[in-house]
Design a protein. Sequence first.
Length: 212
Amino acid sequence: MAVAVVPPAVRLLAHDRGLGARHVAGADEAGRGCLAGPLVAAAVCIDTERHLDKVLDGLDDSKRITAARRPQVAAAIIGCARSIAVVIVPASEIDSFGLHRSNLRALADALAALGDLPDARLSDGFALGDAAPPHRAIPGGDRTSAAIAAASVIAKVTRDRFMCRVAGEYPGYGFERHVGYITPEHSAAVRAHGATPLHRLSFAAAAYGDRA
């Protein structure tokens, strides 16, 4: 007997509907583990009373969506979300305040930027501290909640587009390919040419050696 496969979007939306809140906001980030480029946090508020199963067909944790498909899913999210906020944290700020602190603050700021509309606010994995609006931390949230998954897609697409845009300003580093993550190509480029203003110097010494 064949077992019906539930699309990820249907499962994710069912989770958020089950919270008993109409407007559910989720926050997630992209670029936390990168050695170059900003950290990008996003928050997305969806209306759980709308029938979005088909509109958001293809929604999932951004890491489970192909690079070619992510912009299409992002466009669908933008088209149906009640509100979206994006916070960009440059490398210099990450170096000054530390990655974890910068991450929590960016996620909190993204949720706060949605104002009073959300009836429920969720964050992926982390409790964001007392400075954040009231929220619930969901371990593995980008694979559990539609709002968090949507935020993960918006953050990832925003960050990847930024890194591809600036690749032309820093030729030879391959940002358009690795978008700032550590790869042999990336490490070799920094050893040969040094760090750019996009590089997180607090990360770079261990990854790149003395030239960073």
